[in-house]
Design a binder for this molecule. Sequence first.
Ligand code: NAD
Length: 260
Amino acid sequence: MTDRKTAIITGSTSGIGLGIANSLAADGHAVVLNSFTDSYEDRALATELSKRHGTEVIYVSADMSKADACRDLISQAIETFGSADILVNNAGIQHVAPIEDFPTEKWDAIIAINLSSAFHTSAAAIPLMKERGWGRIVNIASAHGLTASPFKSAYISAKHGMLGLTKTAALELAGLGVTCNAICPGYVLTPLVEAQIPDQMKAHGMDRETVVRDVMLARQPSKQFATVEQLGGTVSFLCSASADQITGTSISVDGGWTAL
Ligand code: NAD
């Protein structure tokens, strides 16, 4: 790493967000963990991460479906650490249904959490990034930001929108020391995905290996999940000096999905 920055990762008490928090803490950055649950376990996680990496880690509860809460998250990071240098917009939810049956409240929640939150957090963080002449915004999109699948209209619309936001922010910030990029993961083995395997085995009458290869990874040519560590490493790279001229683009971590 270059020097210690403040990194805020939305939706970071599990899965990919936690993998990214772990990687940025290992790089020596001060880390802000976030979810909306505000539990003892959330705070314990911050303490554990701090001890493991010898860097400051705090937990801030903020509901990424609410514009004010998104902006308050950035304010709290600045109040605590004096800066908001690295912003990783990771919080996301999913709902699967045909368009004609898709509940309006699910559409609204997915657009709010998966897309609008990145607008609000970026809007709150950009002024200080510009003032300091250094910043990194990393938006966690998806292979579904580049391709579509049926029954995921809100998720796919939000993730495509996130790539548009990424390019726009990159152009507005070009030459100011602040970059904005997206990462497009394929299927990642998070606890959420792991928990689906037994049900899929039962539903399809298949063993674990067959379910993973033929059902879950049907569109991922490598037939291997991406890992949260690989996603964390990709964010660390985008925050390094090697990535100073990488902006407005997306990096696919999808085992070849979008090359098909
Ligand atoms: P996850 O469910 O394990 O983690 C999601 C995190 O978001 C959790 O910490 C949760 O508490 C938080 N969150 C949810 N709603 C929130 C809200 N309203 N306010 C604040 N935090 C909230 O999911 P994951 O698989 O780690 O996914 C993380 C991101 O990566 C999402 O944006 C997802 O779309 C994207 N992604 C995941 C995969 C995959 O295969 N797992 C693939 C491509 C993209």
